[in-house]
Ligand binder design. Structure first.
Ligand code: NAD
Length: 260
């Protein structure tokens, strides 16, 4: 349905060797966009992923290693891309602990990767978009950017911050052909969510399936995980001309979580 829609564009997708970032990158490529994939690793399989995607979708795909917890690497990622028509700030990490026990280094890392990196990439991308006369920024926030859960203090703070940053970016670009919006996913079964399941099993003294059903999907009225393809489809829509007047807003892709 979106085939060819983004032909000739170059998208930089942070944290795109796994999960939602990879799903979004694949849907952008399916819509014809060239890509820069990114993560903090520099393995053969990261470069192979880029080569395989280029072949599968007939677009140009590069992989650029950058640790987004570091300002100079976050800025360097977009500088090395050389152009940036579409910026998807997706990279994120999570840690779950009560506030008094929350390790300071985890707090700092979550704020740096989930929030501050978006400031750095946007600061470099905006002049490029202005020069090109067109741009789309899609920030991957969360249902936790609009609501909260106990024990996720840094994550909730970072995602609320990202929603606020999205609005400011939209206001600073409102008269230009540049939009900035946030997608707020509910639960998607990615490595980030898989990693939370063993702790939840211990906390709630439940088996894996019970945690999924009674703890995770209990918050999601659809009672099923959202998919990375659904996140990708939403991102492609936000990058399309049909969405030219949509800016500064959040789109929840959460099976009804935030409607409750
Ligand atoms: P994931 O763990 O599969 O992917 C996270 C990506 O970020 C990976 O590519 C990882 O390599 C990258 N990353 C982590 N640290 C990095 C760093 N220092 N520098 C560069 N890249 C780094 O998780 P996911 O679920 O796909 O999460 C993607 C985004 O979606 C995150 O921002 C997350 O908060 C958000 N999100 C996920 C869910 C969910 O249910 N999975 C729900 C709401 C929001």
């Amino acid at each position: 349905m979106f085939e060819g829609l983004l032909k000739g564009r170059l998208a930089v997708v942070t944290g795109s060797n796994s999960g939602i970032g990879l799903g979004i990158a694949r849907e952008l490529a399916r819509a014809g966009s060239d890509l820069v994939l990114n993560s903090f690793t520099d393995r053969d399989e990261d470069h192979a992923l880029a080569r395989d995607m280029a072949k599968e979708f007939g677009v140009e795909v590069r992989y650029i290693k950058a640790d987004l917890s570091k300002a100079e690497e976050a800025r360097g990622l977009v500088e090395k891309a050389g152009r940036c028509d579409i910026l998807v700030n997706n990279a994120g990490i999570q840690h779950v602990a009560p506030i008094p026990e929350f390790p300071t280094e985890k707090w700092d890392a979550i704020i740096a990767i989930n929030l501050t990196s978006a400031f750095h990439t946007t600061a470099i991308a905006l002049p490029m978009m202005r020069k090109a006369g067109w741009g789309r920024i899609v920030n991957i926030a969360s249902a936790h950017g609009l609501t909260a859960s106990p024990f996720k203090s840094a994550y909730v703070a970072a995602k609320h911050g990202l929603v606020g940053f999205t609005k400011v970016t939209a206001l600073e670009t409102a008269t230009e052909e540049i939009t900035c919006n946030a997608i707020c996913p509910g639960y998607v079964l990615t490595p980030l969510v898989e990693a939370q399941i063993p702790d939840q099993m211990k906390t709630h003294n439940m088996g894996r399936e019970e945690v999924i059903e009674k703890v995770m999907l209990d918050r999601q009225p659809s009672k099923k995980f959202a998919t990375v393809e659904e996140m990708g489809g939403t991102a492609v829509f936000l990058c399309s001309d049909a969405a030219a007047q949509i800016t500064g807003t959040t789109i929840s892709v959460d099976g009804g979580w935030t409607a409750l």
